[in-house]
Structures are given as structure tokens and as C-alpha cells.
Write a protein that binds this ligand. Structure first.
Ligand SMILES: [Zn+2]
Length: 165
């Protein structure tokens, strides 16, 4: 996953009270986003020999608004989740390298060091470096682009009453 570490402290300002986890039918029904999936598949064709196993992944917009996690990859359930804030500001420009980062997680998995799982291993970083926009993505995060997108998304997302259908 891509987590923004550098500005953690400033995020406390935006913190909302912890949300209750409710198991609702809508949470279990994961619907893929066709546009994200097109980029995902294109990256697989380009970098991983069109591997059909990788194409089994579902790529979805995360239901929860996330302030620190841009995206995550679950290698067991084969689901990649992208934070809704990635739709705002200049974030859409960085969707491809972001999905590539998650794709590398799907390919590399993790190594175990002692009792710790290491996801961003040297092997992972080598794989990741093959994409020319990874550095740009990291710069964008470092320079506050992601923080800005989160802020814009908060302004533009109308709060809906929680409802279960
Ligand atoms: Zn990661």
C-alpha cells in the first residue's frame, strides 16, 4: 500500500471520529471500476506479460474516505482499493503509477523478517522502479499534492446519511 508518512502530524487536524464498522450488503458487494481496471490490465500487458492471474484482481474505489492510505492491495482476496480522494485535484494524473505500485505488491507479495512482514522489500523496489512515473508520484506526495486532494475531496463530498438498504 501507499501510505503517506511525512505529513501524519498535520492530519490530526482533519481527523474525524472513528467510524463504526458496519457489515452491510453494500460493503460485501464489490463492484469494479471499469476505468481503473483498464489501466490495471494495460499495466499487466506492458510489464508482466499479460499474466492472467494478475488480471483476476478487482480494482475498486475504496468505500471509506481515507486520509493516509492512497491505495491498498489485498493479495488474498485479490482486491485493489483506491482512495476516493484520488479523483480530486491533480491526483488523477498519478493513478497509473499508483496502480503500478499496487500491481508490484500483487507480483512480489511480501517477505518475512523475524515476525515482521516486509512489503517494500528491495525486490519490490526494483520491480517498482521499472515504471517511469514512480518518482513523480513520490514527489507529488512529498510536496503535498495528496494532502491537497484529500482537502478538495472533503469539500466536494456531500455527507450522506448512513443508510442500509
Ligand atoms: Zn506499498
Amino acid at each position: 500500500m501507499i501510505v503517506e508518512y511525512l505529513r501524519q502530524l498535520s492530519f490530526s487536524f482533519f481527523n474525524t471520529p472513528p467510524q463504526k464498522t458496519v457489515v452491510s450488503p453494500s460493503r460485501n458487494k464489490i463492484s469494479e471500476d471499469p476505468d481503473l481496471k483498464i489501466i490495471w490490465n494495460k499495466l499487466i500487458d506492458q510489464y508482466f506479460n499479460a499474466d492472467p492471474e494478475l488480471k483476476k484482481y478487482k480494482v475498486v474505489w475504496s468505500g471509506r474516505s481515507q486520509k493516509r492510505v492512497l491505495a491498498s492491495c489485498n493479495i488474498y482476496s485479490k482486491v485493489v482499493r483506491v482512495a476516493p480522494a484520488m479523483k480530486f485535484g491533480d491526483a488523477p494524473l498519478f493513478i497509473e503509477p499508483l496502480l503500478y505500485h499496487e500491481l508490484c505488491h500483487a507480483v512480489v507479495g511480501f517477505i518475512t523478517v523475524g515476525r515482521k512482514r516486509v512489503f517494500h522489500s528491495r525486490q519490490f523496489r526494483a520491480q517498482e522502479a521499472r515504471h517511469p512515473q514512480i518518482e513523480l508520484l513520490n514527489q507529488w506526495i512529498k510536496l503535498g499534492g495528496w494532502t491537497k486532494s484529500v482537502r478538495i475531496s472533503k469539500r466536494n463530498t456531500t455527507k450522506r446519511p448512513s443508510k442500509s438498504y
